[in-house]
Design a protein around this ligand. Sequence first.
Ligand code: AKB
Length: 321
Amino acid sequence: MPTDGRRILVTGATGQIGSELVPELQRRYGGENVVIGIHSRPPRGDLDSGPIEKIDVTKKDKVEGVVKEYGIDTIYHMAAILSVAGEANPWLAWDVNVNGTYNVLEVARENGLDRVFVPSSIAAFGPETPRESTPQDTVLKPRTMYGLTKVSGELLSNYYFEKFGLDVRGVRYPGIISYKTPPGGGTTDYAVEIFHEAIKKGKYTCFLREDSTLPMMYMPDCIKCTLDLMDADVSRLRHHGDYNVAAISFSPAELAEVIKRHIPDFVISYEPDHRQAIADSWPKTIDDSSARSDWGWEPEFDLASMTEDMLKNLREILSED
Ligand code: AKB
């Protein structure tokens, strides 16, 4: 783990991943060295201990102003519009995800930043991609605007590395499961909603079919994965903006079975909606052997341990509300 004096900007810092990444970065590098870049969602109580800046990533001068003001050398660019929200407003998704990423990369290039993290997603894949053990290098023909913007982000990241020597790194996140900050506007969001409804009501109506297997990851593994890649020796990286990473793959029915071990009366029903088509265009399982061999990626949580931990922590949080 590096202990060097980094000056970090996190865009989208109050989103699902950003809100858990920031505290870990603050712990490692000191709260004053992590600028919390927010857009519309205000920071939670435990996220307000460092400098906070309102940043619209589609405005390059705002990104640049913050980078210069705080002497930023590293950006975690987490601001994005996810798959379902992107289908509701494809224009906004393009603007935030493509123009926003371009602005972040340009500011990083012009100001000689040390490192930038630009996440991609399993949404970069499409119906022509092999759905089982999806290879690292494969067909990228997504059908969602979100997926299209993620492929663009991967290609831009790789371009900035090759052309300008900017150290850009990124992974293709699967669905992320967490209890602190809810996701918003994603196809994999059911895997978080189900826990809330199981605890509160003992039942859940899933918007995906019972057999819709998708790749997922528990938040502690997501944070570990992000930081491990950013800490990796660049000379070992054979890829840059597009590492496949895998942790757990399961269907709604399989997840419901594991929840039932803890809440025996839990009942799940299914009413697939427009989100089903998105899920059907994404892989079921991912081959992440490049990430494992290049930078030692290895998840800690499986379906059983993730479910147990989610229920324990979420019960505590919900009982405080
Ligand atoms: C979504 O469902 O849109 C996201 C993703 C897989 O990137 N969680």
